[in-house]
Design a binder for this molecule. Structure first.
Ligand code: EPU
Length: 427
């Protein structure tokens, strides 16, 4: 088992492709919001209840980290987590646990704000290129922290955080959230300029505000935080996961299916809807659902990944799987992560014709893929392989399913309910 979770480390997915997905699927809570909101609950002086959490490995790891540090945490089957931070008694995160996920860096600012000191193991996460944290460090230093990196830990100390104006050199989700967390209880006003605008940044700001913080402008590129002296626990429901929703939209198009994806916020998926429509896919939206219908090979297109509201890097890999069967040549430019093409070698085993030149993928669409044994190298690579397997002729066997379980709740069960022939096997 991984970290006390429910998933076997050697699980494989076996997919008999070629079945159109049909029916309705419900989107879970957003992974990248959950991994920020759970640590944020430690800033309060009373318990919080966080609802609509996805049952994924990153959430289970965070639960275990918080418990190991003295907080009282209960995760119920309906995806709600009770967090009582009053017993928190450690400013160091357990190294092995923290290294299992990227977002353990949010504990840095939270522990710093609570204790004036924090020691967090250098974050792990998917291997999708160099993942610098210079903007996190720059932000925390501007707020008055001293940061040292030694023995695999980032160590931060302060005698009191003070508001500051911070210009981010790159638009960074992690740095924006980390600075918001640290600044919420700093003395004075903090302004983050060139902030990230992703829905999970807004969701984290909403949670902090519900606890009593004073944050304005989340969702724009300037966020203003007026520090408050204390925060109180509250109840909060995590926003729907727009990347999971986008993955199902792409899977529906890839299998020439007809799927209603429910419990989402359509505006979060405008870049994806726009691209699918360009590709000849039928996309229609209601208040909290999107319907995707397709009956033909997609038309080729051009995609450039960008910070929100641009096309998300996290859907580049699933989209490249779909484009591998487009009727012509597509071009993808990956502007966020420099090695987010590891899935391409695997899709090529299935018959795709793709050339990578630095950050550009040139995809010559083929009529169909054929199933093969493939390996998921990271979370979204795994999602791309699931999509490739669903549309391929024959059997695809995906190893390293642990990466997929990190970010998708019950992906096999949700796809099975839509008519996919997919089976999890534990080796
Ligand atoms: N960057 C820097 N310095 C920093 C931070 C980032 O140069 O201090 C650069 C990165 O190298 C990258 C760009 O800025 O080129 C954006 O990185 P960002 O900080 O926004 O990424 P992140 O916060 O580490 C989150 C998501 C990722 C998602 C990116 C981009 C979480 C836990 N992770 O990562 O999600 O790809 O934003 O949207 O929120 C995933 O879910 O599969 C995933 C990898």
């Amino acid at each position: 088992m991984i970290c006390g979770g429910k998933f076997e480390i050697m699980d494989k997915l076996l997919i008999h492709g070629g079945k159109p997905l049909e029916g309705e699927v419900c989107v879970s809570g957003c992974k990248n919001s959950a991994v920020a909101v759970i640590p944020a609950a430690l800033l309060a002086d009373s318990p919080s209840v966080i609802e609509n959490l996805p049952y994924i490995d990153d959430v289970l790891v965070l639960r275990d980290i918080l418990k190991a540090m003295g907080a009282k945490v209960e995760l119920s089957d309906n995806g709600s987590m009770y967090i009582d931070p009053s017993g928190l008694n450690a400013f160091t995160t357990p190294m092995e646990m923290a290294r299992r996920m990227r977002a353990s860096y949010y504990l840095l600012s939270v522990l710093l704000a609570r204790f004036g000191k924090a020691e967090v193991a250098f974050p792990g996460g998917c291997d999708i290129g160099v993942r610098p944290i210079d903007q996190h460090i720059k932000g925390l230093e501007a707020l008055g922290a001293k940061i040292i990196i030694e023995h695999g830990f980032i160590k931060a100390y302060t005698s009191g955080l003070k508001g500051a104006e911070i210009y981010l050199d790159v638009v960074s989700v992690g740095a924006t959230i980390n600075i918001m967390l640290a600044a919420s209880m700093a003395d004075g006003v903090t302004e983050i300029v060139n902030a990230a605008k992703e829905p999970h940044v807004v969701d984290t700001a909403n949670f902090l505000n519900a606890m009593g913080a004073n944050i304005k402008g989340a969702g724009t590129d300037v966020i203003k935080i007026r520090g408050v002296s204390s925060l109180k626990g509250c109840q909060h429901s995590i926003v729907p996961d727009q990347i999971e929703a986008g993955t199902f939209m792409i899977a529906a198009a890839a299998t020439k299916g007809n799927v209603i994806i429910k419990n989402l916020i359509p505006v979060h998926l405008e870049s994806v809807s726009a691209k699918l429509i360009e590709m000849g896919v039928e996309v229609s939206a209601g208040d909290d659902f999107i319907r995707v219908k397709s009956s033909a090979r997609p038309k080729p297109t051009t995609i450039k990944t960008l910070p929100y509201p641009g096309f998300p890097t996290d859907l580049q890999q699933p989209m490249s799987a779909l484009l591998s069967i487009a009727d012509g040549t597509s071009i993808i430019t990956e502007n966020i992560w420099e090695s987010r093409y590891k899935h391409i070698e695997e899709i090529k085993r299935m018959g795709a014709k793709i050339k990578i030149e630095d950050r550009v993928a040139i995809i010559d669409g083929v009529e169909k893929l054929s199933g093969a044994p493939v390996i998921a190298t990271d979370l979204r690579a795994g999602a791309a392989l699931v999509i490739a397997g669903l549309m391929a002729e024959g059997v695809t066997e995906i190893s390293n399913v642990k990466y997929i379980d990190r970010g998708y709740e019950n992906i096999d069960k949700k796809l099975m309910a839509l008519g996919a022939d997919i089976r999890r096997i534990s080796v």
